[in-house]
Design a protein around this ligand. Structure first.
Ligand SMILES: NC(=O)c1ccc[n+]([C@@H]2O[C@H](COP(=O)([O-])OP(=O)(O)OC[C@H]3O[C@@H](n4cnc5c(N)ncnc54)[C@H](OP(=O)(O)O)[C@@H]3O)[C@@H](O)[C@H]2O)c1
Length: 248
């Protein structure tokens, strides 16, 4: 079976590490990004050097029209999606709940919850035998925040990831009989640019003493679990949430 992999938010961080790891495993890969086309092109070049066919597609996954355009590009250039990583997400500055604006909350939920749900919808329209597909695999990138709550920092972000966990469990059961597996990873503090969005680019280094393993994680350590869950090596895993948080 041809393996067509769409990774949302793959220009940097965990998504980029996943694209690079998957490149050597026979996937044709779509690197989606929001605005950093230079970074997306760089990762695409590295993926191609590893022997994989790859494209970049700019699309905001919080908007269904853009998601439809994204999947259409993948159909035309690579083929019907068989594997999806819902990785793109956002976070906002550390705040208490009473300081959070409606705009912030809606952007958080549209990007981190509705976006992965809509990307899953359009993937299922290609993966499910109900729609002429041959099965597939979806991995959602959640967060340890979903079980820790992120009090005083970003309870909204934590709640968005809690919704993603529940979506993972429910959808996995809904499509288990159609040859489609749905799983999630829940990273802890990982060294990426993501923390700049929360207002402190050095957040992971500062918080390392509180991590049982005494260090932050690397994007590549999360990518290993994502690529395993995507693959047939995880053929009996669905509805699984893998914690990668150094013991937190
Ligand atoms: N880093 C951590 O400590 C950590 C911990 C737990 C969970 N996570 C989760 O891991 C995932 C990846 O995070 P990361 O740390 O790798 O982040 P990152 O390095 O900041 O990369 C984020 C990626 O998402 C893209 N993106 C953002 N909003 C988007 C949108 N609306 N539509 C399409 N693409 C969008 C960005 O595109 P541009 O480059 O174009 O901006 C970029 O490719 C997220 O789901 C995050 O919640 C991260």
């Amino acid at each position: 079976m041809d393996k067509i992999l769409l990774i949302t938010g793959a220009s940097r961080g965990i998504g980029a590490a996943t694209a690079l790891l998957a490149a050597a495993q026979g996937y044709r890969i779509c690197i989606n990004y929001l605005s950093d086309h230079t970074a997306a092109d760089r990762i695409c070049g590295q993926v191609r050097e590893l022997g994989a066919q790859a494209i970049t597609v700019q699309a905001d996954v919080s908007n269904e029209d853009e998601i439809i355009r994204l999947f259409s590009r993948v159909d035309a250039d690579l083929g019907r999606v068989t594997h999806l990583v819902n990785n793109a997400a956002t976070v906002a500055h550390a705040s208490r709940v009473e300081e959070m604006s409606e705009f912030r909350l809606l952007k958080m939920m549209m990007t981190n919850v509705v976006g992965p749900m809509l990307c899953s919808k359009h993937a299922l329209l290609r993966m499910s035998p109900r729609h002429g597909g041959k099965g597939g695999s979806i991995v959602n990138v959640s967060s340890a925040a979903s079980r820790l709550g992120s009090a005083g920092e970003y309870v909204d972000y934590a709640a968005s990831k809690g919704a993603l966990d529940t979506f993972t469990i429910g959808l996995s059961k809904e499509v288990a009989g159609e040859g489609i597996r749905v799983n999630a990873v829940r990273p802890g503090f990982i060294f990426t640019d993501f923390h700049a969005l929360s207002g402190d680019p050095f957040r992971v280094s500062k918080l390392e003493p509180g991590i049982p393993m005494g260090r932050g994680g690397a994007a590549e350590e999360v990518a290993e679990a994502i690529v395993w869950l995507l693959s047939e090596k995880a053929s009996y895993a669905t509805g699984t949430l893998i914690d990668l948080a150094g013991g937190r």
